[in-house]
Ligand binder design. Structure first.
Ligand code: ZN
Length: 225
């Protein structure tokens, strides 16, 4: 009754299509969630996300919820998360993806979830790390710890798009360091918002494996084909 009253005067809108949200919908409407292209990477081990990392890092599973498309709804949602102060959306997508993945993994094989860190200055400006919010959403369903401070990003990175693959790799190669020994002998789920070239994940993975992680898996909100 009070909810109906509130939604009459303060209607909430879907962050994907701007349509009004039903009472039981959070930030994205069911129509959008149904129609967003999914990678189905958890159903097929040799998926296009995994193919980005073959021969580059040693990993167990490579997973992404959505297929990234320029100008598509996934890009719009990622924009909301990164630039429009919508950390709750990243959390909701984490919760939803955890439910999806629980259908494939029983039990959940990961010991620890580690989000790709932002440089502390960037985190301060944004107020949150979107990958950490996604990690928190996953963790809330699985009851697995998130260690947001296990990795540190040491320097600001410049824009990656105009560089070659080698240049991109050199740019991120040495910017991540391990902060403590919490990764030792653990199966780490390394979490990012979007995977494009995969070079950021590669650099984080190198640091985690060097730091003694037993196994590594990767998950993202979206990945580009
Ligand atoms: Zn919608």
């Amino acid at each position: 009754m009070i909810d109906d009253f509130v939604s009459l005067f303060f209607p909430r809108y879907c962050l994907g299509c701007s349509g009004s949200l039903a009472k039981d919908e959070q930030q994205v409407c069911i129509h959008c969630l149904t129609n967003i292209p999914k990678t189905k990477s958890h159903e097929e081990e040799t998926n296009f996300v995994a193919q980005k990392f073959y021969g580059k890092i040693k990993f167990d599973h490579a997973l992404a919820f959505f297929t990234f498309q320029q100008e598509g709804i996934v890009q719009k949602l990622l924009h909301q998360i990164k630039y429009n102060n919508q950390p709750q959306l990243a959390f909701e997508l984490g919760e939803r993806y955890a439910i999806e993945l629980s259908k494939r993994f029983e039990p959940i094989p990961f010991d620890l979830i580690i989000p790709v860190p932002l440089h502390f200055k960037k985190r301060k400006i944004r107020g949150y790390n979107q990958s950490e919010m996604f990690a928190d959403g996953l963790a809330s369903r699985w009851n697995i710890p998130v260690k947001a401070m296990a990795l540190e990003r040491k320097i600001f990175t410049t824009t990656q798009t105009s560089k070659t693959r080698i240049e991109r790799w050199k740019n991120v190669e040495s910017i991540f360091t391990i902060k403590d020994d919490s990764v030792l002998d653990q199966h780490i789920l390394l979490v990012d918002d979007v995977i494009t070239t995969g070079s950021t994940i590669e650099a984080c993975a190198a640091a985690l494996l060097e730091g003694g992680a037993k196994t590594l898996s990767v998950a993202a909100i979206a990945a580009a084909k």
